[in-house]
Design a protein around this ligand. Structure first.
Ligand SMILES: [Zn+2]
Length: 521
């Protein structure tokens, strides 16, 4: 094989691997931007080496027996499949202004017109879904799947407050497939991750992954305990076909029928006007309840969309313009290990402080030892930091050109930085753990959780107090709290007669809060 063919095989393998992590496991390990770059390189190389598409990867099943689909594949065996009336194609996407205007130029040539009417909508970074209403009654909710058929998840969306089960209007089409995105707001994401941490389960990296995991729960009762949101913006099949003359008329109708839809929609009479709307959206989007990562530009008249048609992968009448997520370069000054209350050890990057999306960032998660090794992150490196999903800062990559010549690979410590016990890792697990239940850091974590508002809600027992109690050896486990006397608290920094008594009393009264609340520790 030539070097190009080797590279193509490698890229196809990477895309398959990341597709599986993203669509099936809902736990991607690279940013969307990195993924887009890999996929773009693969497609460019395919076009160069195999212009007629004779050796497309679709024909070669991968190791687990699934072909590489054009749009990824989220289907799981446990779910009933449903065929979309109109396929759910992914959109061509670009980070390049020129490619947006090239898109317009191709269409103008096709229609032989000097200007074309577009609509501009936000591109929402959620979990794609297709909702079908028949005679105004909600019949099915289906994932994108492989674009042709997806998994039926209706049962997991019945508790989404904003999704009406029936529509009332005299102007309903017989059958309507509506496309949208399911997402989870940040508060709910934090709440559910806290519960998972308490149960010693792996945490979800971001709200999108948690939403994707929730729609694929096998138990609808459990799905109902997690709050999902939905926003709708696209049309699949519509019977009769001529019901909506344009994308903007479709939007107007679903808004009138009280379906949850996007708050940003601009009609533009030319590509220049559309470009202005894209810039406007980039200013406004941070205030929306759902995460956005770009703009979608569609030809407005449905008849023109039909005439433009689609390639095997994507419609020709729409394009996604993706915004750069906010990134900065800075120095990684140190890597420290955090020990959680269940013993999980998480490496954290200490960064030279840098401004990112309006906040000062000085720490970023490095996830686990494998992640550090995969990206070859070393202390002293210049690194690119990104606020993924506008929430958690992440180290995207090392700036290799700026690496010191005497730098050495990072060696993940073999023992706990707090209690020096040897770290352990289960087969197949990414995280190392400190196995010592009396590890002071774990004890602090458990006590802080126990005293917190979500659990026993013990007044005056704040984090600083707990740190001191553990450091002075006065508390090694939760039950020790109830053996401490006023004189123990008087020995702590900042305590006097009155405050020691207050703390003693609130710990004592928490005993009466019942076994049920004790169990949550
Ligand atoms: Zn330890």
């Amino acid at each position: 094989m030539s070097g190009g063919e080797d590279r193509l095989e490698e890229l196809r393998g990477l895309v398959r691997d990341h597709d599986r992590r993203y669509y099936r496991d809902a736990s991607p390990i690279i940013s969307d931007r990195e993924y887009d770059l890999i996929k773009r390189e693969m497609e460019d190389l395919e076009a160069e080496l195999d212009p007629l598409g004779l050796f497309k990867a679709e024909d070669s099943p991968d190791l687990i027996g699934f072909p590489v689909p054009a749009v990824g594949d989220d289907r799981l065996e446990e779910f009933v499949s449903h065929r979309h009336l109109v396929p759910m194609l992914s959109l061509d996407n670009t980070y390049d202004q020129k490619e947006f205007f090239d898109f317009d130029q191709r269409l103008r040539k096709l229609f032989d017109r000097s200007e074309l009417p577009y609509v501009v909508e936000p591109k929402i970074d959620g979990v794609a879904v297709s909702i079908t209403y028949e005679g105004g009654i909600l019949k099915t909710a289906v994932t994108r799947g492989n674009g042709v058929e997806g998994d039926v998840i209706t049962q997991n969306l019945m508790h989404v407050d904003s999704l009406p089960h029936d529509l009332t209007s005299f102007e309903l089409p017989e059958i309507l497939e509506i496309r949208g995105e399911i997402y989870m707001n940040h508060e709910e994401f934090v709440r559910l991750n806290e519960l998972r941490e308490r149960d010693g389960l792996p945490l979800y990296a971001n709200p999108r992954n948690l939403a994707a995991g929730t729609v694929k729960l096998l138990d609808p009762k459990e799905a109902a305990t997690r709050k999902l949101e939905i926003v709708l913006y696209g049309m699949g099949a519509c019977i009769p076909e001529s019901h909506f003359p344009s994308q903007s008329a479709f939007h107007e109708a679903i808004r009138k029928w009280s379906l949850p839809t996007v708050e940003f929609l601009r009609s533009a009479s030319s590509a220049n006007e559309a470009w202005q709307a894209i810039l406007e959206l980039d200013e406004l989007r941070h205030g929306y309840g759902y995460p956005t990562d770009g703009a979608v530009i569609k030809l407005d008249p449905i008849e023109m969309q039909r005439q433009a048609g689609a390639t095997a992968k994507a419609p020709r009448w729409a394009i996604a313009y993706k915004f750069e997520s906010e990134r900065q370069e800075t120095v990684l000054e140190d890597i420290v290990l955090q020990v959680g209350r269940t013993g999980t050890v998480t490496p954290v990057a200490c960064l030279r402080p840098v401004q990112l999306a309006g906040t000062t960032v000085s720490r970023a998660s490095l996830h686990n030892a494998d992640e550090i090794a995969r990206k070859d992150i070393r202390v002293g490196d210049f690194v690119v930091v990104e606020k993924a999903g506008e929430i958690i800062p992440q180290v995207v990559e090392v700036v290799a050109a700026k690496r010191q010549t005497d730098s050495t690979p990072y060696l993940f410590p073999s023992s706990c930085p707090v209690c020096a016990r040897g770290l352990e890792r289960e087969d197949g697990e990414a995280a190392w753990r400190c196995p010592n239940p009396e590890c002071p850091e774990q004890v602090k974590g458990r006590l802080k959780y126990f005293a917190s508002r979500g659990c026993m809600d013990i007044d005056h027992l704040g984090e600083a107090v707990i740190e001191q109690l553990v450091d002075l050896g006065k508390a090694k486990r939760i039950s020790d709290l109830y053996t401490l006397g006023k004189e123990d608290f008087l020995a702590l920094d900042g305590f006097a007669e009155k405050s020691a008594e207050n703390l003693f009393n609130s710990i004592a009264s928490s005993k009466n809060k019942g076994l049920a609340r004790l169990l949550c520790a």
